[in-house]
Design a protein around this ligand. Structure first.
Ligand SMILES: [Zn+2]
Length: 469
């Protein structure tokens, strides 16, 4: 590597949504921005996950934007393979990511056991990429940085976290880099929250950026207003109540689950819906809800939510809500009749307890599968969303008799208008890199920017490198 050049290269989430990994090189040092898991079809994702196109030991600093596994889920493998660099994150991101990484290790282990048992006769087997010890190893490298406090990941670079409004603890990273051409400011948005939020403060556009590396998940779409979510959820609950069915909600344990619980709490409080039992079937959601309560002082929260939380005392608790930790408790739901709401992970139906609930209820007409988050291509959630009538769960074909509904208003990502407004306000002087978006979404955002006269927009491909000057 030529020490005088400052470069950025893209090793994931380049023309797709998962697997965020961006490598900044400057002054002979390497700063890795996120190290996320690729999700999707097992064999494709597995090959991408297991390959690093740079030696993990050559990384001098890692910066983590937030605790979703598509941003932090490969950190255990990075450290297992020899990285020893400090891992910078906000305190709540560090705390949540530790939980997410351990959970990812357990999911892989369970998945491998199941696959190997199923394919024993064919002598096919898979190995988990990492275990809980590797997740702990990654966690031992965390160095906390509060929002707005400067830190130096490597010599010649000053960094600071800004609120990204996406999930609790989420941050944009502002990097002031001493390049051979002078000082340049690069802002990496990570995942960017929307203008209208339930729990979090709206992200403000950063000032003085030369380069912006920005997500484009919903570069081709507008979200329905958040108020619609409550109405649609109320209709779904009333219908399930009448039909005696189960509402199964695959949900990210982080943020989306707390948002859902908050909305249901309000609907029940206003007597808009009957007192339907709610099961949050996720030990992780229980732990995360505790972290929410602990970090309520964080700068990322919306004051309106904090006022509500203060008045309510327990914003995520009410009669008839049950937080289930143990497997046994989870299994009792199979024998219980509806109506009920089951909120369980994973959000794209790629693993976790949600698969058992789907397997047991997908062939019943009075079941509603309510998709409330982004569904990446190749995932079971996306297949259901696309209306497939037969799907595989745990290797077995199932007919889809359940009603599948999607609520688009729940997104924790900026939509097309939010992204355009953000980019115009940030007005980066030298260039924009669109990452974390499917090709169509990214192309649509790029075209919209061109129509506004905004130039220097790049859509990097996997492995592509750009000089920053
Ligand atoms: Zn995210």
């Amino acid at each position: 590597m030529n020490d005088n050049r400052t470069k950025i290269s893209f090793h994931g989430a380049a023309g797709e949504v998962t697997g965020s990994r961006h490598l900044l090189e400057t002054g002979g040092k390497r700063v890795l921005l996120d190290c996320g898991l690729f999700q999707g079809h097992r064999s494709d994702a597995d090959a991408k996950n297991r390959t690093f196109h740079f030696p993990p030991s050559s990384v001098d600093a890692v910066i983590l934007s937030h605790a979703h596994v598509d941003h932090c889920g490969l950190l255990p493998l990075l450290y297992k393979k020899g990285c020893a660099a400090p891992l910078h994150a906000t305190p709540s991101t560090a705390e949540i990511a530790a939980i997410m990484m351990a959970d990812s290790a357990r999911l892989q282990q369970g998945d491998a056991q199941f696959y190997n048992k199923l394919h024993a006769e064919e002598h096919l087997s898979i190995e988990p990429m990492y275990d809980e010890e590797d997740a702990e190893l990654a966690g031992s490298h965390f160095e906390h940085a509060e929002y707005g406090k400067a830190f130096a990941p490597v010599p010649g670079v000053t960094a600071a976290f800004l609120n990204a409004g996406h999930v609790m603890g989420s941050s944009m990273t502002q990097l002031d880099i001493d390049t051979s051409a002078g000082r340049r400011r690069l802002v990496y948005t990570g995942d960017l929250g929307r203008e209208e939020t339930l729990l979090l403060e709206t992200p403000a556009a950063p000032k003085g950026a030369d380069y912006l590396v920005i997500e484009s998940t919903y570069g081709d779409r507008l979200h329905a207003p958040l108020v619609d979510a409550a109405g649609k959820l109320a209709d779904t609950i009333r219908r399930a109540w009448k039909e005696g069915g189960k509402i199964i909600i695959p949900s990210f344990a982080l943020e989306r689950t707390q948002e859902l619980v908050l909305i249901i709490d309000k609907l029940r409080h206003d007597k808009t819906v009957p007192e339907i039992p709610v099961y949050v079937d996720s030990p992780m959601a229980v732990s995360l809800t505790e972290i929410f309560n602990k970090h309520k002082g964080d700068l990322c929260f919306d004051p309106k939510f904090l006022n509500y939380a203060h008045a309510d005392g327990d914003p995520f608790g009410f009669d008839y809500i049950h937080y289930l930790r143990s497997k046994e408790e989870s299994q009792t739901l199979n024998n219980k009749g509806g109506p009920m709401i089951i909120i369980s992970a994973s959000g794209m139906c790629e693993g976790g307890r949600i698969l058992h609930h789907l397997r047991n209820n997908i062939e019943k007409e009075n079941t509603t599968i309510l998709l409330v988050g982004y569904q990446a291509q190749g995932t079971l959630g996306r297949k259901l969303q696309d209306g497939e009538k037969r799907v595989k769960i745990f290797g077995m074909q199932h007919e889809v008799w359940a009603r599948v509904d999607t609520m688009h208003s729940f997104s924790s990502h900026a939509d097309k208008n939010d992204l355009l407004a953000f980019i115009k306000a940030a007005n980066p002087a030298r260039g924009i890199f669109l990452v974390h978006g499917d090709p169509e979404a990214r192309a649509a955002l790029s075209a919209a920017l061109a129509a506004e006269g905004i130039k220097n927009v790049k859509c990097p491909g996997m492995g592509e490198e750009f000089e920053l000057n």
